[in-house]
Ligand binder design. Structure first.
Ligand code: PAF
Length: 332
């Protein structure tokens, strides 16, 4: 029986599955409950950090986590809508919160009868802001560095600082061997990877590919904001990436690949472009000479230069801001 997410049981750690299950799933709402859930657990452990409203893209992360830890391992899924990564006027209050359904789906997928994935244990950590930030506004802040100032960071200057703040704290609280991040948030992936490297954290960041709807739209919790008409218009994003991929496959230069994607998006009705960029996937230096305030790099044709570029775009459809990206080969 799943614990009611809205009214968590009083026990220090709440079992979410029936008593007959050999490895019950656990819902922890406080740091103490999480610590109790993980105490003495020496099994391989992976963490999937989410803001909830789980969709198949999240379950791809969970599936990869389950594969990594194996049948005796522990998967920790964190569910926390992190106020620090939302600026005033963004969708913090409107962000979908579906904890009860999320917990039930995770439990079914990882420990339930019909679930295709088996792990030793599933722990869901769903703290409140007070639990996550017990001292209120954090005094010590993570500076996510130059990658955080471009593209998404230009529109959302405080976003990646807030992401790093919570990711670092969640890494400390969950002590995983692996942390899984989706490629959909490519800039987040690059920044978190740099943080783990630069702060010498003994955690392997595992990227997981973007999950798309059958018509190409990248899955996102924010797709729920789109009207049926906007949902159709939003297909222009993945179609623009496809135009870029076609150009790349024909051996086009980085500048031409970006132009192909940009031209497609410019011609699309109902889409207000924020940026279309072709960057190095790790450093986010510009490979296409597009400007955009990006630090400049070579276009990938010199020896030792990256042979893959990240074609990334952001656009508004109605009032919903969507992002998408793809890796493209760059001819040497
Ligand atoms: O990608 C997300 O959902 C969030 O940025 C994360 C990593 C859970 C941090 O709040």
């Amino acid at each position: 029986r799943a614990a009611r997410a809205g009214a968590p049981p009083r026990s220090s750690v709440s079992a979410m599955t029936g008593t007959a299950a050999p490895s019950p799933a656990l819902l922890a709402r406080t740091r103490a409950e999480l610590a109790a859930a993980l105490e003495g657990d020496t099994a391989p452990r992976a963490v999937v950090m989410t803001m909830g409203a789980l969709h198949q893209g999240h379950f791809d992360l969970v599936a990869e986590a389950a594969r990594r830890v194996g049948e005796a391992g522990t998967v920790v899924v964190t569910i926390f809508v992190n106020p620090l990564q939302f600026a005033p006027g963004e969708d913090l209050d409107a962000y979908p919160r579906t904890l009860e359904a999320d917990v039930a789906r995770l439990t079914r997928a990882l420990t339930g009868e019909g679930g295709s994935l088996r792990v030793g244990r599933l722990v869901v950590f769903a703290p409140t802001p007070e639990v996550m930030y017990p001292g209120g506004e954090p005094q010590v802040r993570i500076d996510p560095g130059p990658i955080a100032t471009v593209l998404e960071g230009r529109t959302r200057p405080t976003h990646f600082g807030g992401v790093c703040q919570v990711v670092l704290a969640l890494m400390h609280l969950t002590s995983p061997r692996w942390a899984l991040f989706g490629r959909k948030d490519a800039q987040q992936l690059a920044i978190v990877s740099a943080m783990v490297r630069d702060l010498a954290m003994p955690i392997e960041i595992v990227p997981v590919d973007i999950r798309r709807e059958p018509d190409g739209l990248a899955m996102s919790s924010r797709n729920a904001y789109l009207s049926p008409e906007q949902r159709q218009q939003a297909l222009a994003l993945s179609a623009a990436l496809e135009a870029g991929r076609v150009a790349a496959a024909a051996g086009a230069s980085a500048a031409r690949i970006r132009e192909a994607a940009l031209a497609h998006l410019e011609a699309a009705p109902g889409v207000e472009i924020d940026y279309v960029a072709l960057v190095d996937p790790e450093t986010f230096v510009d490979l296409s000479g597009a400007g955009l305030g990006l630090p400049e790099g070579a276009d990938g044709r010199g020896s030792g230069e990256p042979h893959q570029g990240l074609l990334a775009l952001a656009a508004r459809v109605g009032s919903t801001r969507l992002i998408d990206n793809t890796l493209v080969p760059l001819a040497r």
